[in-house]
Design a protein around this ligand. Structure first.
Ligand SMILES: Cc1cc2nc3c(=O)[nH]c(=O)nc-3n(C[C@H](O)[C@H](O)[C@H](O)COP(=O)(O)O)c2cc1C
Length: 317
């Protein structure tokens, strides 16, 4: 007791600890299944003022290419009903500069580090994989699904043969680093592309990248984006992405990382119940930077209330 007449400062309730929800993908242990999606979380450090970044299961970097790229010119983002169109292109400092300038700080944050690898040619992808294998990254996510570049990118992800032509050499060049291949929802036969990636050495698959879409500026009477088309993400795509994750579970046996419009624990649980081993969150982070922490908590609450002790018990297959 003191004689101080001032009212006591209210002490905020202690933050309850986040649930432990371990999950293993291709031999890599994640403390929970919630991963920041490529291109929406910088290199992790940018989000430190907004959430406890160390709480996340993993962080995917922005798409990295062998050489630096400035990304696309002109307008790059447009909100749509429940969605987001982007035409960022692959703006990044290049893999050597990433390894030297960004990776040390990213490693220190704690979550599993996933390098998202992009390129225009098979040789460029393979050389990038070789450099990343020699660096302390935990996994490579091979992006054969970017709709916003002229050469390479999504072109490799649309047909089974084209996909194998890059996954095989990258698998070899990646040495012992586990390889996730990120698929395009724009492929006409997604199951065939997925099987081909697994046969060529993919340890896991992630999907979806963005859907090819567009907008028109009625005042300028031009396409809204210089590249004409752009990639659609956000809640608008979620039910389609979920259906794709579900169907892929029939087509392949490797772990699947599901994403596309996840913005709450309920959304994340839908993907986990559909058979995803883990999930990624992209566009939702722009609106609510700490949403991934809410999702981790919500998954934990759901499991506790229903008496589940491991994430593996969740699948409804
Ligand atoms: C602004 C922006 C940039 C993106 N950049 C990349 C990228 O560099 N590499 C990649 O594989 N995916 C990239 N994506 C796709 C996301 O990682 C994710 O696959 C997609 O947005 C669907 O998830 P969401 O609906 O939760 O955003 C980007 C998405 C957005 C919105």
């Amino acid at each position: 007791m003191t004689n101080d007449p001032r009212p006591a400062t209210p002490v905020p309730p202690p933050e309850t600890a986040l649930p432990e929800l371990p999950v293993c993908i291709a031999g890599v242990r994640f403390k929970n299944p919630v991963i920041a999606a490529s291109g929406t979380f910088g290199y992790g450090r940018e989000y430190r003022p907004f959430l406890d970044v160390s709480a996340l299961g993993g962080i995917c970097t922005k798409g990295l290419t062998l050489h630096p790229r400035p990304g696309n010119r002109g307008r790059r983002l447009l909100e749509t009903p429940s969605g987001l169109l982007n035409s960022i292109g692959l703006e990044n400092p290049g893999i050597p500069a990433f390894i030297e300038g960004e990776l040390p700080a990213l490693r220190k944050l704690g979550p599993v580090v996933i390098a998202n690898l992009s390129g225009s040619t098979v040789e460029e992808y393979a050389e990038g994989a070789r450099l990343l294998d020699a660096a302390p990254v935990d996994m490579i996510e091979l992006n054969i699904s970017c709709p916003n570049v002229k050469a390479g990118g999504m072109a490799f992800g649309l047909e089974a043969e084209a996909a194998a032509s890059v996954v095989g050499p990258v698998r070899k060049a990646a040495g012992s680093t586990p390889l996730v291949v990120k698929l395009s929802p724009n492929a006409a036969d997604l199951a065939a592309v997925a099987r081909s990636c697994v046969n060529a050495g993919a340890d896991a698959l992630s999907l979806v990248n963005t859907f090819k879409a567009m907008a028109i500026d009625i005042y300028r009477r031009t396409p809204f984006f210089d590249h004409v088309t752009a990639g659609l993400s956000g809640p608008a795509i979620r039910p389609i992405a979920l259906r794709m994750v579900w169907e892929l579970g029939e087509a392949v046996k490797v772990p699947i990382i599901g994403l596309g419009g996840i913005a709450s624990a309920t959304d994340a649980l839908e993907f986990l119940l559909a058979g995803a081993r883990a999930i990624q969150v992209g566009s939702a982070t722009f609106a609510r930077p700490a949403v991934m922490v809410e999702i981790i908590r919500g998954i934990g609450d759901y499991m506790e209330e229903r008496g589940f002790s491991t994430l593996g018990e969740l699948s409804i297959r």
